[in-house]
Design a binder for this molecule. Structure first.
Ligand code: F6R
Length: 244
């Protein structure tokens, strides 16, 4: 059992600065690095910080490659709630990353297995993920890997739980509009990254942070697998750290 490096910051903005330091260090030392990226509310301050740092000349995204964790099934890349749209809107449109160097699972894939295989093959062809960014779901999900009886290994399709659909309905008009399924990197895909950076903010996630990193490793808490990864940094605000 390995323990992650835990950094605690006063608030989400300070968490974003600490996380941005990791990205800056990597991109400066390896300009063609491969990033694993996440969507959701948590990484938004980080993406704003990265945009500001590129504008200030501290980072150069022109050779960086990125692979996103997940995408809703059935949404096109220009649907405002799709994760491709989120990434364009919150990061890619504002930095010098080349469009061909960004991949997000295809929400419209008809042959899911072929799409998933090609997705993993592209990451491998790039040399694997150097730094995987993660958020944490209230039920311990990472990507869209929900609590299950086994850890799913590769990129695959998942049915979304009622809890996750409920949590994500704030981005949609109503619960009915939230897709019922998604495509996500597997837990094995995530674990293959050379280093992992998770950001968690808010008191509502304090218990799941404790369960994930100090409870038993179980597929019922997907993030608990990170206890077996040798290079994990968890950045928490004081509220999310309040039960440690
Ligand atoms: C998003 C993702 C999800 C989120 C998690 C937390 O690409 O993979 O696992 O990281 O649902 O979401 P927020 O940050 O909105 O609380």
């Amino acid at each position: 059992m390995l323990y992650p490096k835990i950094l605690i910051a006063a608030n989400p903005e300070e968490c974003a600065k600490l996380a941005a330091n990791h990205f800056e260090e990597l991109i400066c030392s390896k300009p063609a690095c491969v990033l694993g990226l996440a969507t959701g509310s948590t990484p938004i301050p980080l993406y704003q910080e990265l945009i500001a740092r590129e504008k200030a000349g501290k980072i150069d995204f022109s050779r960086v490659r990125s692979a996103n964790l997940d995408e809703y099934k059935g949404l096109t890349g220009d649907h405002p709630q799709s994760y491709r749209f989120f990434m364009q809107d919150n990061l890619f449109n504002h930095i010098g990353i080349k469009p061909e160097n960004t991949i997000v699972p295809d929400g419209l894939a008809t042959d899911v297995e072929a799409m998933a295989k090609a997705y993993e093959a592209q990451i491998e062809a790039w040399g694997g993920v150097d730094l995987q960014l993660l958020g944490l779901g209230h039920d311990g999900h990472i990507g869209f890997n929900e609590p299950e009886d086994v850890f799913p290994v590769h990129t695959h399709e998942v049915e979304l739980t009622a809890m996750t659909r409920e949590a994500n309905k704030r981005f949609f008009g109503s619960l009915e509009e939230v897709p019922t399924a998604a495509y996500t990197m597997g837990v094995g895909t995530v674990m293959a990254a050379r280093s992992i950076l998770m950001i968690v903010t808010g008191a509502d996630k304090a218990q799941i942070v404790k369960d994930s990193f100090f409870g038993p490793v179980t597929p019922q808490v997907p993030a608990s697998i990170l206890q077996f990864h040798p290079d994990v940094t968890v950045i928490l605000d004081e509220a999310a750290a309040s039960k440690l």
